[in-house]
Design a protein around this ligand. Sequence first.
Ligand code: BTN
Length: 330
Amino acid sequence: MSDPEVLIVGRLLQAGDAFVSGNDLGSELKLSRVSVWSHMERLRRQGFGFEAVRSRGYRLKKVPTDLNPILVKVHCSLRSMPGIEFRTEIDSTNSEAERLLASGTPTPFVVLSRSQSRGRGRLGRRWASPDTGNLYASFAFRPHIPPARMQTFTLWMGVNVCETLRNFGRFSPAVKWPNDILHEGRKLGGMLTEARIDADQIRDVVFGLGLNVNIMPSQWPEELVDSAASMAGILGGKIDINRMTAALLGRILNAYDRFVENDYAESFVEMWERFDLLRDNPVTIVQGDERTSGIARGIDPQGALRLELEDGSVLPFLAGDATLDKSGRR
Ligand code: BTN
């Protein structure tokens, strides 16, 4: 954590209601008093508020409540911080991550944005991305592993996202194969993994995550009113998006390391069982014009959804859209 503004905010947050003298701040952070002051001016322009009292020093009066890269870094307990590329608005964080990868930006890094003008979902769908306190994030990696190993990547990331969300309130998040995050049947988030492949190796991967965090029910676009949920809507109050983003960052980077080292299979099986929305439920899988119905029986080691058909046989599905059938045999 060497960014002076991150250090200043971190130190003042740590002091809570107490004042920290300008001298102490300067010497602890190895900055001149003038430099401390000019960094505080920049922080003020981002929505931070400081109280300055002669002979006592400074204390933090106000922190921004919207997504803020300084606060994400302050709350991040990672020993080695990934690059954080912050935008207030962007076409798509996945597209921005792809551009940064193409221009040689070192990995891992994450692109965070408060809004997207062309948020992308799976199968060319649009991902509504208003500036209403939601999270739009894309993590970029260069894993150098065989493409076949990527089949379980999004699923593994999905259970890790669910585990993180559970620590932020009384949620019961679930993963709906292959890329949805739901709470009680409503969509809380979505994941979009895009990889570029060289001959027999993955060149780079972008893991995009859209999470409905602080959008309030009245702010949903008409078409999503009945199908979407947000963390704030579920809890009845806003949650600290910067703390949550920092927690997600830590969890996802750790999950990525375990994935690349192939040290995740056991946890994956256990977590998938816990967070699998479809398990033992009647489901229809749609692949283009084809629909297949059956009972979902978990996933196989390749990440394929196992569908038990009426005759008792089990078919693996590596791709498709899954919908829970309200009626049918269980
Ligand atoms: C889906 O459910 O179809 C996947 C949605 C993924 C949306 C996220 S938001 C951040 C990242 N940038 C994008 O353009 N898409 C992903």
